[in-house]
Design a protein around this ligand. Structure first.
Ligand code: URA
Length: 457
């Protein structure tokens, strides 16, 4: 057995049976009360469909207390769940709310989900690009917590733009061939069991479990009503999962869940050791995304946007080259229409932070490493992210990155520009960045692959 970064024991297996340290010999226990279900899982048992349905329903309706659900979540972190249990858990969370249905739209639906990384603004150019290729893109997104930013926080830096869109308005936007994409907040009735459970896991040390993460993400994506889904599973220092094996296991679990639920699902494993692009922050990332839509932008952001777009377009059954739709301005037209459809002004200047400070290189050398995690922490400390749900974020705050791995740098050269409305945040952000840029003399840096693997059913 090996210990993975998900913090529990696993064997190389394509289901979760290998997680049982001492498998229960009387699996499929069936008692329907919270304590029996917790102890069954604690002792390595496999929960029945009825037990899973009962506990998720009880938790949603307040019959199962938070402390009981937290104990069960910890038992699952330690004991795992089989593929069948995970699929049933996911279905029960979807069933706790409303499942949206866009099957009557005149265009095929397809969405993307990223597990989150530093500077990951890909949804912003990707959704209008795929809409420009003829698909409908219903994307329910979240706000950021901790070092990775949230797509809604980024878009909310556009003057007038609103994240709340009713289901009927969503349907109108998706059906409109001149728009075709909507990025908005999930309603309270979308997998409400997951909303409560994720908040509880966040404060009880029970996030790090592949079946719980996979079912949490996929319950929301399946409930959203998309017919096809491309997953961008990040791996590396700035990602949720630090190891390739852990990321691949999560990707496989999510592809299985999607496929079993009738959603055509593919996952790309992509590198997140270095921030994506040249910015981490809200308005800063919107500006960079608009550069990509205008035919420019950083090479890595363009490469990943096109790779994900090709997967999405193929899953949607469309025979269109996304590179052409980007180059000829159709993606930009859809971006502008999408922003307007949600109350935003695509021509309004984006907010800028009131204060900036430059972090300079202290020595000459070749940049051998640009670590995503400290850049994400610096952006967060500058005000781009939040420490607790509901905290406000600063639209203009963040980090501009002036160097890439492989660049030769001289002492005094700008490495980063910090942006914030609260200048007292500069010292904490600079402290975080001290370990971000590694300079070595006479080093050569081989080009690093951005797309590491592809997983399909
Ligand atoms: N994102 C989610 O939506 N759920 C998890 O469990 C982890 C990340």
């Amino acid at each position: 057995m090996e210990r993975t970064d998900a913090g529990r024991l696993s064997e190389p297996t394509d289901n979760y049976q290998g997680l049982y340290a001492s498998p229960c010999q009387t699996c499929r226990v069936t008692a329907l009360d919270a304590v029996s279900i917790i102890t069954a899982k604690r002792d390595g048992g496999e929960l029945s469909d009825a037990q899973i349905d009962w506990v998720i329903d009880g938790f949603t309706n307040g019959r199962v207390a938070d402390e009981q659900m937290a104990a069960l979540a910890m038992a699952i972190v330690l004991r795992g769940m089989t593929r069948r249990e995970t699929a049933r858990w996911t279905a029960a969370m979807i069933g706790s709310g409303r499942r949206m249905d866009f099957t009557d739209l005149p265009r095929p639906t397809v969405d993307k989900h990223s597990t989150g990384g530093v500077g990951d603004k890909i949804t912003l150019p990707l959704a209008p690009l795929v809409a420009a290729c003829g698909a409908a893109v219903p994307q329910l997104s979240g706000r950021g917590l901790g070092h990775t930013g949230g797509t809604l926080d980024k878009l909310e830096s556009i003057p007038g733009w609103r994240a709340d869109v009713s289901v009927s308005r969503m349907r109108e936007i998706l059906a409109d061939p001149g728009i075709g994409g909507v990025i908005c907040a999930a309603g309270a009735d979308l997998a409400p069991a997951d909303k409560r459970l994720y908040a509880l896991r966040d404060v009880t040390g029970t996030v790090e479990s592949i079946p719980l993460i996979a079912s949490s993400i996929m319950s929301k994506k399946i409930a959203e009503g998309t017919a096809a889904l491309v997953l961008d599973v990040k791996v590396g220092s700035g990602a949720f999962l630090k190891t390739f094996d852990g990321a691949r296991e999560l990707a496989r679990a999510m592809v299985e869940l999607g496929t079993d639920a009738g959603v055509r699902t593919v996952a790309l494993l992509t590198a997140m050791d270095t921030p994506l692009g040249r910015t981490a922050g809200n308005a800063l990332e919107v500006a960079e995304s608009v550069e990509v839509l205008a035919g420019g932008g950083p090479a890595d952001v363009v490469e990943l946007t096109l790779a994900l777009a090709r997967e999405m377009v193929a899953l949607a059954g469309l025979d269109v080259d996304p590179a052409k739709a980007l180059a000829d301005g159709r993606a930009m037209d859809h971006w502008r229409a999408m922003v307007r459809a949600q109350g935003g002004d695509p021509d309004a200047p984006l907010p800028r932070a009131r204060h900036t400070e430059i972090v300079r290189a202290e020595q000459d050398g070749v940049l051998t490493r640009l670590d995503a995690m400290p850049v994400g922490i610096a952006a967060w400390r500058l005000g781009a992210g939040r420490a607790r749900q509901g905290d406000p974020v600063q639209a203009g705050a963040g980090v501009e990155i002036h160097v890439r791995p492989g660049d030769s740098v001289v002492a005094g050269q700008p490495l980063f520009t910090l942006h914030t409305d609260t200048p007292e945040a500069f010292s904490g952000a600079s402290d975080a960045l001290r370990s971000a840029a590694v300079l070595e003399s006479d080093a050569t840096v081989p080009p690093a692959a951005l797309i590491l693997d592809r997983i399909e059913a």
